[in-house]
Design a protein around this ligand. Sequence first.
Ligand code: FE
Length: 195
Amino acid sequence: MSEHHQDVPIAVRVRQLEERVTGAGLVTDADLDGVLSRLYADASPVNGARMVARAWADPAYRQRLLADGNAAAAEFGFGGADGLSYRLAVVANEPGLHNLIVCTLCSCYPVSLLGPSPSWYKSLAYRSRAVREPATVLSEFGLTLPEGTQIAVWDASAESRYMVLPLRPAGTGHLSEVGLAALVTRNGLIGTASV
Ligand code: FE
């Protein structure tokens, strides 16, 4: 491992990498700052929640969302003029079918729609156990699915990322799209909560 000590704080290692790429003239500090501020300024689970709420309220949007997640995100302007930088597949929960997303390799995640990923999403424990024992993992999140529910686990990659479309809760027929969006949580979009 030569000089690559595991105990060097991640921020220091990131800064060293930044200095290498700026020193080589590949990018400037201003370029890097711009990328980060564009990434995080609008990145929030409110975005994913708005897409879910529209899908609940508008069957035609739901169809478009499931057919082409990128186009459905672009209808809201998410991802900016160039759209999302990854292929988005939206997977719908159904009675008897629950979806869960993970990146077994690292931490790929639709940041622009769900906000920065939680630390547990990046943990080795979640990445390995979500695939091996998803029902146990869900129960640890406090989610117990009806008997006989199948769990589909979707493994993201740098190019292809997933978002869960939760089931619309009962008793929400009176709610507006804004009211519906307020029900949707980040964990619901990951699949570790029901909504
Ligand atoms: Fe990853």
